[in-house]
Write a protein that binds this ligand. Structure first.
Ligand SMILES: [Zn+2]
Length: 174
């Protein structure tokens, strides 16, 4: 990138044997006045905020909550910074009374959820027509389920499953 006689290693760089190397993927910026070489990250990770809509994969379902991994913030192609382990409490699954979390959300489902809290733990909600499952696989054969009436249908198994689905189920790209 540069040599230390010419530039001072700045942000995003490191020095080795008198040479300056880039420590991350990004764009090189040479400050010729201050003689500082730095690298500005191309795609800095995005930090979750309360009110964000996020896509998550359900990893576990318990009696009172679903556990998920936040995989993306809607509208952002950057990775999510820091803790990505979220929970959806049974009272935040649907506007209707939820008797069993596992009837609405299942492991490996992809959901769109709203961030209610970031710290000390990520709390999410799927209450609202645009929130809920956007992709789901058949429990038996793992084929993608299709929306049919109020349920989700597997053509291979000729079975219907139920979920708390989002209004744009299966049209979602992220
Ligand atoms: Zn199936």
């Amino acid at each position: 990138m540069a040599v230390v006689e010419e530039f001072i290693p700045g942000e995003g760089t490191y020095e080795e044997n008198g040479k300056i190397f880039s420590a991350l993927l990004g764009e090189l910026e040479l400050d010729h006045d201050e003689k500082i070489a730095k690298v500005v990250a191309e795609n800095p990770p995005v930090t979750l905020k309360v009110g964000d809509n996020v896509f998550c994969e359900i990893t576990d379902v318990r009696n009172s909550m679903a556990i998920c991994e936040v995989v993306a913030v809607e509208g952002e192609d950057r990775t999510v910074a820091g803790d990505t382990n979220g929970t959806i409490h049974i009272s935040k699954v649907s506007s209707e009374y939820t008797q069993e979390v596992g009837r609405e959300l299942r492991p490996s489902d992809i959901i769109r959820a709203k961030v209610l809290q970031v710290k000390p733990s990520i709390q999410l909600s799927t209450v609202g027509p645009h929130l809920g499952v956007v992709r789901a696989l058949c429990k038996r054969c793992r084929a993608p389920l299709k929306k049919k009436g109020k349920g989700l249908y597997c053509e291979t198994c000729d079975r219907t499953e139920y979920r708390k689905i989002a209004d744009d189920f299966s049209d979602v790209k992220f």
